[in-house]
Design a protein around this ligand. Structure first.
Ligand code: ZN
Length: 587
């Protein structure tokens, strides 16, 4: 490893000297204390400077974004080894920090630059964290949203002076795009995530909603999605330690994310039900320990940057001190996932279980707003209080899916197959046409939403029933064995009842339309030939007319009955038959 480092150092100095003629320690000009956030150009320039000066730093391009600019990844590795495989062999944990997914919420951008510079300069001996941890930072995820900035955007937010916008250039909220991956950013992220396979993940945000005394609120991914060993470690050690350290060492006490409902008194706090469309949800599908920081918009920008910086530092330090246990738990979880028998795709809050939580709020009092004269309430900062609230942070399964031995996705569903492959899913193609006994879903009912979300009229309230039947598959159809690290991603995306699976996002909607049906005139002109050639059908038809007097005189019903009793109707039976098969027997 030392040798590697020396080779890279020599090369780096040569490049640096040849470009600049000298090698000065980079001065990173942060102005968050003056309420000014870094622009996109300043952010990238800062990382490039660090990349050029520090041998332990490397800036990579990881694919394209919808802004037409590459998604960057900045790596900090103590021994100058940047290959994730080699990093894992050396027993170090990888932490991935994502910033600027909602660029109007920019404090993570500034905090990460500051943190990277501090650790590389070994401020307060911080470099020791790198003994056990490699840090990966996405400087800005939604680049288009940061470039498009104004002092009028996020008009309700307390700084910085200029803010970016939430949506990317394709109007997608990128924190809803992690599993369906329609933005270039999400596809680049999937490549990046599969390349790094990070043990710990953080996504930095800012939130509105109820006002209180805390600067930073925390979403720790839903523990029930973990293996029980991971869940115990997460609930009992990792998360409580982060809260303790932020309070005792950083003097910046934090609180679980206060679920946004409406302004008003905070009476209880609900745990966060994870959805794989979020970054944290996506990373949880692959067993990362995932977090989202949500600083409060009413606090000043410098306060929010400092709080985010402190959390990053505590998270890196905790991961470094507990890297062995984190890596071990995750490895065990991957093994468990590959052998899992079932998966929960939907949860509900357990209203019978809660923990007492100390909450420091501000009293909610009536007021009349000065401009609109609206009678409303406000949080009176002159009346802080401390109370004990109920924190409901347990969930019970709502929909549990028994995993099949394999899924089969017909060749025709190209986009679905590409997305699965892009996420590291291993599959093979049938070499010849084959009939396979499969468990199949029929969609009994579903409700597309009335207004689009992310460009989709999402299918909700999906009700299904299953039928085990022989299905003819064709050469080229894809078989996906369910013995992989990606099991949770595969099942979640292919099960039709998943809230943000491929069916919900309309990727399969064309099968809902059915097949050909018939024209009345055309069908009637063929009827005589049909009945003459099929005596059994004629006999059944006469019998039906004899027992049902209405039927005898209802020509439309007769045509329909005849159609439904010919092999042509087999085509119509495919209507509502979900195209993805589940193989439950031997392959
Ligand atoms: Zn956000």
């Amino acid at each position: 490893m030392l040798r590697n480092c020396i080779v890279i150092v020599t090369l780096s100095i040569f490049l640096s000297l040849s470009v600049n003629g000298q090698k000065n320690e980079p001065e990173i000009n942060l102005r968050y204390n003056q309420n000014i956030g870094l622009s996109y150009e300043e952010t990238i320039a800062a990382y490039r400077q660090m990349d050029q000066y520090f041998d332990e730093a490397r800036m990579l391009d990881m694919g394209m974004t919808d802004a037409g600019l590459p998604l960057n990844l900045f790596l900090i590795s103590g021994d100058c080894v940047f290959d994730p495989e080699k990093i894992k062999e050396s027993g170090r944990a990888i932490i991935l920090i994502n910033n600027g997914i909602h660029p109007g919420e920019p404090e993570g951008i500034d905090a990460s630059v500051k943190f990277a510079a501090d650790i590389l300069k070994n401020r307060n001996g911080m470099k020791q964290y790198l003994d056990n941890v490699v840090i990966a930072i996405i400087p800005v995820y939604n680049i288009g949203g940061l470039i498009d900035h104004s002092k009028y955007f996020r008009i309700d937010q307390n700084g910085p002076e200029e803010k970016g916008i939430r949506r990317n250039p394709r109007f997608l909220d990128l924190n809803r795009d992690f599993v369906k991956q329609e933005s270039r950013e999400a596809r680049a992220f999937a490549s990046l995530y599969q390349y790094l396979n990070p043990d710990v993940f953080l996504d930095t945000h800012t939130t509105d909603g109820s006002d209180h005394q805390y600067t930073l609120t925390l979403i720790a991914t839903q523990p029930e999605n973990m293996t029980s060993a991971m869940e115990t470690f997460f609930r009992e050690k990792m998360v409580p330690s982060l809260y303790d350290r932020m309070r005792d060492e950083s003097s910046n006490e934090m609180i679980p994310y206060v679920e946004y409902s409406d302004h008003g008194p905070v009476n209880s706090i609900l745990g966060f039900e994870e959805n794989p469309w979020f970054s944290t949800g996506y990373c949880s599908l692959f067993n990362s320990f995932a977090f989202m920081t949500e600083t409060l918009i009413y606090k000043t920008f410098p306060e929010r940057v400092e709080a985010t910086y402190q959390f990053i530092q505590q998270l890196v330090r905790y991961t470094s001190e507990n890297s062995e246990e984190i890596i071990y738990l995750r490895r065990e979880a991957d093994i468990y996932t590959a052998k899992a028998k079932d998966i929960v795709i939907s949860w509900k809050t357990d209203t019978t279980r809660w923990e007492p939580l100390t909450f420091k709020g501000y009293r909610w009092e009536d007021t009349i707003m000065p401009i609109s004269k609206r009678k409303t309430g406000y949080y009176n900062h002159n009346k802080p209080y401390t109370d004990t609230l109920k924190y409901f942070n347990h969930f019970t399964p709502l929909v549990t899916i028994k995993l099949p031995r394999a899924y089969i996705v017909p060749f025709a569903w190209e986009e679905v197959i590409e997305k699965l492959q892009h996420n590291g899913v291993i599959m093979y193609q049938l070499s010849k046409d084959t009939s396979i006994i499969s468990e199949t879903y029929y969609i009994d009912s579903y409700e597309p939403v009335k207004r689009p979300t992310q460009g989709h009229y999402i299918n909700t309230n999906v009700k299904v029933h299953t039928v085990i039947q022989e299905i003819s598959y064709h050469a080229g159809d894809y078989v996906i064995p369910m013995n992989q690290n990606s099991n949770k991603y595969i099942a979640y995306m292919l099960e039709p009842q998943s809230e943000s699976g491929f069916f919900a996002w309309n990727f399969f909607d064309s099968f809902l339309e059915g097949q050909d049906w018939y024209s009345v005139w055309g069908f009637e002109s063929h009827l005589k030939t049909l009945l003459d050639s099929d005596t059994e059908l004629r006999a059944d038809f006469e019998k039906q007319k004899a027992v049902d007097k209405d039927f005898e005189f209802d020509h439309v019903a007769q045509l329909q009955w005849l159609y439904e009793h010919t092999p042509a109707f087999e085509l119509e039976k495919r209507r509502m038959l979900y195209p993805v098969g589940r193989i439950i027997g031997e392959l």
